[in-house]
Design a protein around this ligand. Structure first.
Ligand SMILES: Cc1cc2nc3c(=O)[nH]c(=O)nc-3n(C[C@H](O)[C@H](O)[C@H](O)COP(=O)(O)OP(=O)(O)OC[C@H]3O[C@@H](n4cnc5c(N)ncnc54)[C@H](O)[C@@H]3O)c2cc1C
Length: 272
């Protein structure tokens, strides 16, 4: 994609992002003619709490969330479609300014023009903490994904594994952790001469990978984002019974497919 990824400015000073997959000679999945636009903008930004009025910060820290109805002239519904997190692409997020207390004040909008923001009560001195150039736009995501199979081996390579948003239209921290564990585990399996692991679809973390890859082969599926935390995949988890919150039941389900302690396995033994 465009803009380096090493700091919150994401400026083009050092050129575009460099992809190991592209360097390995593999053609990546990029936005092109014939596919719906899947590139997306980050759906939230951060305001420096010190720049907000003390009363607003007090409310935010007490409740964890503040919802401020916006004047109608500030409702911009077209921005919702650009969000990477489709679970927050709801009209309520256009009609209200929603702040979450994540340390900074997390503003649940891809961007909000600073001059307009400063007209709202409590925001007169507002400053962005991320992205610094807030008010004009946000980080652009999903510009280049690596073609890979469900073991996360990059297709066309023998030893390159990918994780997170490189594996496809997958959004979120938990999703990045799950795929990062699997990619790392499979890299070690490859070194140990073992067959690569594909997580089974009886587990949500296996199903999300295979479902996303299947969906990405359909034109409609390229217009979606896949995450445990909402939108199409959350509905699928509920419909298929994959959604569990009881930790003991989750342990049982993992045990049933014989994968308890998978990521604790020591596959290569230290000869010393
Ligand atoms: C503003 C914002 C808010 C979010 N809020 C949430 C949330 O509340 N909950 C949630 O679950 N998810 C959230 N997400 C999504 C989540 O952060 C991402 O889906 C997840 O971090 C993706 O993980 P990743 O490993 O694919 O990529 P990243 O976390 O982006 O990691 C990629 C890393 O690679 C580095 N890098 C890139 N190119 C190179 C190179 N050539 N050489 C070396 N290093 C390189 C980058 O600097 C970066 O550190 C949010 C994302 C954003 C941007």
């Amino acid at each position: 994609g465009y803009g380096c990824a090493m700091c919150v400015l994401r400026c083009p000073t050092f050129g575009p992002r460099v992809s190991l997959t592209a360097k390995a000679g593999i053609v990546e999945i990029t936005a092109e003619k014939g596919l719906p636009g899947f590139e997306a903008m980050s759906g939230s930004c951060k305001l420096d709490k010190k720049s907000l009025s003390p009363a607003l910060v007090k409310n935010l820290e007490q409740a964890g969330v503040v919802v401020i109805p916006l004047p109608e002239a500030f409702h911009v519904y077209s921005n919702l479609a650009q969000k990477a997190c489709q679970q927050y692409a709801l009209p309520e997020f256009a009609r209200n300014l929603i702040l979450l207390d994540t340390g900074h004040a997390k503003l649940m909008a891809a961007y909000f023009p600073l001059d307009k923001l400063r007209t709202l009560k409590g925001f007169k001195e507002a400053r962005y903490a991320d992205p610094y150039a807030g008010g004009m736009g946000n980080s652009v995501r999903f510009m280049a994904m690596s073609p890979c199979d469900d073991s996360l081996l990059v297709t066309g390579t023998k030893n390159l594994f990918c994780a997170g948003e490189k594996t496809g239209l997958l959004v979120g921290h938990t999703e990045a952790i799950v795929t990062g564990f699997l990619a790392g585990h499979n890299a070690v399996r490859l070194l140990a001469g073992r067959e690569l692991m594909v997580l089974p679809s009886e587990l949500a973390c296996g199903d999300i990978i295979s479902y996303m890859h299947r969906q990405m082969k359909t034109p409609g599926g390229m217009g979606e984002k896949y995450t445990f935390s909402g939108s199409v995949y959350f509905r699928r988890m509920q419909e298929t019974g994959l959604y569990l919150t009881d930790v003991a039941q989750i342990h049982q389900r993992v045990a049933r497919v014989g994968l308890s302690g998978l990521f604790k396995l020591k596959l290569i033994h230290d000869p010393s």
